[in-house]
Design a protein around this ligand. Structure first.
Ligand code: NDP
Length: 256
């Protein structure tokens, strides 16, 4: 029963930003349940070891090069997934970036860079994936939010705006596409050790310790902590779960 609930055999997932960090952790979770995986990003060098780790789990997998801030690239990533694997059942909108400054210091271009990467790309990839998922009788979309979908911080106005937007976009699409048997959910990671947060720890003094002290689990997360939620939200186990925003944060969002 449990094996079948989480079985992704014959399913195909596209993970933007799946060549490292949280995206790769989620890709590995789905691969370990039998899914075939397309990972997308700009940096082909990072893709080699990522693909090797997915193959070790027995997955058929490929790297698709593309910049998700471009609409044509989003459309192509979905089309290439369908062309190479014959279908797309799962879309993980994970590609993301951050620029840390006080609100008064951002240029308009910086604002757009963060919003385009984190939010508009998720909208465009979801739009592109809708038709093939609907034609196949259903699908799963998983959007990556953040603790900043819930909280404000002084140094992340565009980032928090994009991640708040992810939650509302998730709810809106979930209501629109439920009748097509497409479940749309958001995951809100706590503080996870990745390239993105390694940079944050350099730029924000004391962050390492503050996060550790505030997280009830008493540690930072690792990409592998995201594997289980990906398997759940991609699988039949979550067929009646849609429009949610699920924290995976070691308790960060419920601690004092
Ligand atoms: P990483 O920097 O490790 O991963 C970000 C990924 O996004 C990279 O694989 C990168 O690939 C890809 N990416 C960035 N910009 C683009 C672009 N324009 N086109 C295509 N791909 C792009 O960071 P994380 O794993 O930490 O971040 C993944 C997601 O999780 C992000 O949405 C982030 O906001 C979110 N998140 C992270 C948290 C954390 O604590 N780490 C907490 C909460 C949310 P490439 O460089 O090859 O383009």
């Amino acid at each position: 029963m449990a094996a079948k609930l989480f079985d992704l055999t014959g399913k195909v997932a596209l993970v933007t930003g799946g060549n490292g960090g949280i995206g790769l952790g989620m890709a590995q979770g789905m691969a370990s349940c039998g899914a075939w995986i397309a990972i997308a990003g700009r940096n082909a060098d990072k893709a080699g070891p990522a693909l090797a780790s997915l193959r070790e789990l027995g997955a058929r997998c490929t790297f698709l090069e593309g910049d998700v801030t471009k609409k044509a690239a989003c459309v192509k990533l979905v089309a290439d997934t369908v062309e190479q694997f014959g279908r797309i059942d799962i879309l993980v909108n994970n590609a993301g970036t951050a620029i840390r400054k006080m609100p008064q210091e951002y240029t308009e271009d910086e604002w757009h860079e963060v919003l385009d990467t984190n939010l508009t790309s998720a909208f465009l990839c979801s739009q592109a994936a809708y038709a093939p998922m609907k034609a196949a009788g259903g699908g799963k979309m998983i959007n990556i939010g953040s603790m900043m979908s819930l909280f404000g911080v002084p140094y992340a106005t565009p980032y928090a705006s994009s991640k708040g937007g992810i939650v509302q976009m998730t709810r809106a699409m979930a209501t629109a596409w439920a009748k097509d048997n497409i479940q749309v959910n958001a995951v809100l990671p706590g503080w996870i050790d990745t390239d993105l947060t390694r940079r944050a720890r350099r730029e924000v003094p004391g962050l390492q310790e503050r996060v550790q002290d505030r997280t009830p689990a008493g540690r930072w997360g690792v990409p592998n902590d995201m594997a289980g939620i990906a398997a759940f939200l991609a699988s039949p186990a979550s067929d009646f779960v849609t429009g949610t925003a699920i924290p995976v944060d070691g308790g960060y969002s419920i601690g004092m």
